[in-house]
Design a protein around this ligand. Structure first.
Ligand code: AKG
Length: 258
């Protein structure tokens, strides 16, 4: 499989100046279908991820059927074949071109907004969630498996916020839940995406999404990359983005995948 993607110099410079970049058709529509099948196994609970699943929108919306915003950490721990599939491979390739050959995958996650859950992801900078590592290079790829529109909750970015400070963050609704800072749509740009297209954003780029007010899912598959040495630094300091310990993971793989 040819996974070679070569960014142009203007694309690399755009990311450096603005803190985000759109890459159309990162994966094919055929591949999107395969990812959607896997994604839905996570959403339905066929793949049981235990405490790796939570409601990022807890106390922010009032959905009584599903999470307000479904967040599943480390899907590749439960389906390791994901690591070899085109999305992870291509996103790594692009990230290296944006930020350096020493980048590796730090973690992956799924964030879904179910139909009519109408819950915003509050404005934030990812760095506010993370350990304060010395080398701040970090890129997140946000791949849309559906049409991400204003109404379904596409991403919004504040261009150039990657070059400024991290704004003060507080818990949006409950302690331990989503973080938020002050920002507004007026200073931002919305990026609607077709299935298979994605955005990359820097760890410091301010972003947010509106709630999903449509009758369809808004399935996003996110993979984050940073320098290998910083991943070692995080792990040495006990920071692993909500990953459960290896014994638990093995148990889950053996017992819970139906
Ligand atoms: O999917 C969303 O609404 C938010 C995603 C996000 O915050 C991220 O990928 O860093």
């Amino acid at each position: 499989m040819d996974t070679k993607i070569t960014l142009t110099q203007p694309q690399i410079e755009f990311f450096a100046a603005n803190g985000y970049l759109v890459v159309e058709n990162l994966i094919s529509l055929e591949e999107v279908e395969r990812y959607k099948t896997l994604y839905d196994e996570f959403l339905s609970g066929t793949i049981n991820v235990g405490a790796n699943r939570s409601d990022l929108g807890a106390n922010l919306g009032d959905s009584d059927k599903v999470e307000n915003i479904t967040q599943i950490m480390w899907p590749s721990d439960f389906r390791p074949e994901l690591l070899e599939m085109s999305y992870h491979q291509k996103a790594l390739e692009v990230s290296k071109q944006l930020m350096g050959e020493d980048l590796e995958m730090d973690f992956d996650m799924l964030i879904n907004k179910s139909p009519y859950t109408n819950t915003i992801t509050p404005w934030h900078q990812d760095e506010a969630y993370w350990l304060n590592v010395p080398d701040k290079r970090a890129a997140s790829c946000w791949l849309s498996l559906d049409h991400a529109t204003l109404e379904s909750g596409c991403m919004w970015f504040v261009a150039g916020s990657n070059l400024k400070e991290v704004r003060p963050h507080t818990f949006a609704a409950k302690k331990g839940g989503a973080l938020m800072c002050t920002a507004s749509e007026e200073e931002a740009i919305a990026i609607e995406l077709k299935p298979g297209s994605c955005t990359f954003h820097h760890g410091r780029t301010l972003h947010y999404s509106r709630g999903n007010s449509t009758d369809g899912q808004r399935r996003a598959f996110i993979v984050n990359f940073r320098p290998a040495e910083m991943i070692r630094y995080e792990r040495a300091n006990g920071f692993d983005h909500g990953r459960q310990n290896a014994a638990d993971r093995q148990l889950k793989n053996d017992e819970f995948i139906k």
